[in-house]
Design a protein around this ligand. Structure first.
Ligand SMILES: Cc1cc2nc3c(=O)[nH]c(=O)nc-3n(C[C@H](O)[C@H](O)[C@H](O)COP(=O)(O)O)c2cc1C
Length: 382
């Protein structure tokens, strides 16, 4: 199924093309369920619409939200989604993706407080409820670019990714550095709570530092090799953040379950699966996050937007041409994420509810605005 540009004018055209390609893209005839409440852990969302995180690169130089940042999020709140999953916010200066990426520190805290207050107030005024605000705590890792100068901090040498962005052995972060980051995620949770966020996401997706560790099969030391080692930073970061969890503040995670590269260069594949997903480890991880660490909500995603963009989203314009039709990537995302959270039956979580809500028709909702790949424990809007 070769790649082609996509421009469809109606649902019928999309369905006809999917049928021609033999690709399964499920649609809902009735989406009223999206207007009904959903409970995850101790939180009940008034509807099932959420805004996916999207970096705006419009912070003030020291990392505080600018007027543009506040305006974006106020507008999102007015839109009426119950969840706003904020963009990647750096937890350390050296891990910023640009000199205009948001950075949450004691110095920028007051500006973040003003932003969350304004966003909640806008939601209440427009819709009668305050949206649930999730801070996405990130370290850009290989894509660190503080001061707009590339300064990669990598988990291991990756010949494919380094074709796009140079790195050398001196860029490999030490175990001591990673150990120090665990506590930084705890500090970020404390700051996020003080800033007025309702939750913190310990981000592990899209090729950033924690996501790269997921495929650090050949890294020596405490953060590479075994499954436990590769997820040591993620799990310990979550544990450090959980110290601040209570009835009004949740810890969650956005997890990349497949990168689009064959073993040993990507997560969500096995030595035998080539570039085809093998979700054995991602499912194990999601189960651990729920059973071992007590997360009641996760957000699952795929791909590396810098390098395997077509895995992250339908893609027909950019620095390369994928060797598959965009619908193939879309189906991989929809069905892969369904499989990634299919662990709930095996975990014995309200199977009658999850079976109903896990129907594919509910997995993707909305177009360019409110979103979609929402994997919510335990009732899986995935
Ligand atoms: C400009 C841009 C910025 C993004 N920034 C983030 C981000 O900060 N954090 C994140 O987890 N995902 C980020 N994403 C990924 C989106 O959340 C989403 O997963 C992806 O775009 C696929 O959804 P779509 O098909 O609706 O575009 C970004 C995407 C785009 C296009």
């Amino acid at each position: 199924m070769p790649h082609e540009k996509f421009h469809y004018k109606s649902l019928e055209e999309v369905q006809a093309k999917a049928a021609e390609l033999g690709v399964s893209l499920p649609f809902a005839a009735d989406t009223h369920i999206l207007a009904t409440p959903l409970t995850a852990g101790k939180v009940t969302f008034p509807n099932r619409l959420g805004i996916a995180p999207m970096e705006g690169a419009d912070s003030a130089p020291e990392g505080a939200p600018s007027d543009y940042t506040v305006r974006r999020y106020v507008n999102e709140a007015i839109g009426g989604s119950s969840v706003i999953w904020f963009e990647a916010i750096s937890i350390v200066e050296e891990g910023r993706s640009s000199k205009t990426q948001l950075l949450l520190t004691r110095d920028t805290l007051d500006e973040f407080k003003k932003m969350t207050a304004a966003v909640k107030e806008a939601g209440i005024k427009a819709n009668g409820f305050a949206p649930y605000l999730i801070m996405q705590a990130n370290h850009s890792g290989r894509y660190s670019n503080p001061g707009n100068k590339p300064a990669p901090m990598i988990a291991y040498r990756h010949p494919i990714l380094e074709q796009y962005r140079a790195a050398d052995d001196s860029c490999i972060v030490t175990d001591d550095y990673l150990k120090g980051l665990e506590e930084k995620f705890g500090e970020a949770a404390q700051l996020a709570k003080e800033a007025g966020f309702d939750a913190i996401d310990i981000k592990s997706c899209h090729g950033y530092l924690l996501a790269e560790l997921a495929s650090a099969y050949n890294r020596p030391g405490e953060y590479g090799g075994s499954f436990e080692n590769r997820f040591r930073l993620l799990k310990n970061g979550i544990r450090a953040a959980k110290v601040y969890e209570d009835d009004s503040f949740m810890v969650t995670a956005r997890i990349g379950i497949y990168d689009g590269y064959a073993y040993p260069w990507g997560f969500g594949v096995s030595p035998e699966s080539g570039t085809n997903p093998d979700l054995t480890e991602p499912i194990r991880l999601v189960r651990d996050l729920h059973n071992e660490l007590g997360l009641s909500m996760v957000d699952l995603t795929m791909g590396n937007p810098y390098a395997t963009t077509h895995v992250t989203r339908p893609f027909d314009f950019g620095k390369y041409e994928p060797d598959e039709h965009p619908f193939v990537g879309l189906a991989r995302m929809i069905h892969g994420i369904g499989e990634g959270c299919a662990g709930d039956d095996r975990l014995g979580l309200r199977p009658e509810l999850s079976a109903r809500l896990r129907r594919p028709v509910h997995r993707r909702c909305g177009g360019a605005g409110p979103v979609r790949w929402y994997a919510v424990w335990p009732y899986g809007l995935c």
